[in-house]
Write a protein that binds this ligand. Sequence first.
Ligand code: BGC
Length: 376
Amino acid sequence: MHMIAKLALGTAFLALAAGGADAATATRAPFGQLSDGTKIEAVTLTNGHGMTAKIMTLGATLQSLVVPDKAGNKADITLGYDSAQEYLSHPDYFGASVGRYANRIAKGKFTLDGKTYTLATNDGPNSLHGGLRGFDKRMWKIDSVTSGPDAKVVLSYVSADGEEGFPGQLKVTATYALDENNELRLEYKATTSKPTVLNLTNHSYFNLSGNDARDVMGDMVTLHAARFTPVGATLIPTGERRAVAGTPFDFRTPHRVGDRIRDGRDQQIRYGRGYDHNFIVDGKAGTLRPAAVVEDPVSGRVMEISVTAPGIQFYTGNFLDGTFVGKNSRAYRQGDAICLEPGVFPDSPNHPDFPTSRLNPGQTYTNTIVYKFSTK
Ligand code: BGC
């Protein structure tokens, strides 16, 4: 409480010091339509330091994120498409809000209070990112749009009881807020009508080089995680919590992404075709704490991610194969981006000893992610 109050005061003071003209703004505008005629809207959050975040109603998706480099040049540092329809035609979860269950559930099955639930299997034998039509492919409603000192948009979605095989009606909100400290804060909240399981996250693909469009192998990554959850051949956790020390997974001090990504002696690297693993974020889940830092030495852009979640999936775009063409006519290939997806661990519903993914009626689920940008 104390810390939150202090942070709020700090933000207010900075906004005052920066002057009213600096207050971040939020504007709402049409963003084309889907091929079936559904109209899409987007809200653009802009601050006085050259950052803009555009969020569209399809999938409550972060469609673009413009950040200045060390010379002040602005560029979009996220992968994605120019039109909403392409997000549906070529689903890769670019920037999307993912649910009900981000990441994998083994064999698309779990048991809750003695009842077995069956989900669609859309990733080999497993269920991935909420099934055939997860939250990334749903229309979210814009609940509110507010300007500074934090520019903010609140989007909501009501998922029907039984949707994609999950129990309980789930009411979800996603709040994106941009402030004058170059922090983009994203908060997912949910309530349910019946006991259920969930894991909501954002699936942005970051490439801090922006318009230079280099791959991310030269990015320096720090992960505040002493352990990770190794997986089997279909990327389901084995249940082990393994120390990163002495492995290619040790990012406790900054390492170039590419330095150990081809270390074929490590079976985990082979299973993931690189990094596609859940890291256990150090410190106490439920409190906002540093999870990751990504630095692009060329542009000088630095992104720090703080999370409340117990884990963070570090994925290096291993399944991008050059067939999808995104913004700036760029064909996306393996290693073109870094995803850092904070949440509970993969397949938690089938691992009673993992942090719980269960939500009961009367409880409120939250997952808070703060992306802070600076240059070096
Ligand atoms: C998963 C990858 C998957 C990707 C799909 C990530 O969260 O870990 O295995 O291919 O999402 O976009």
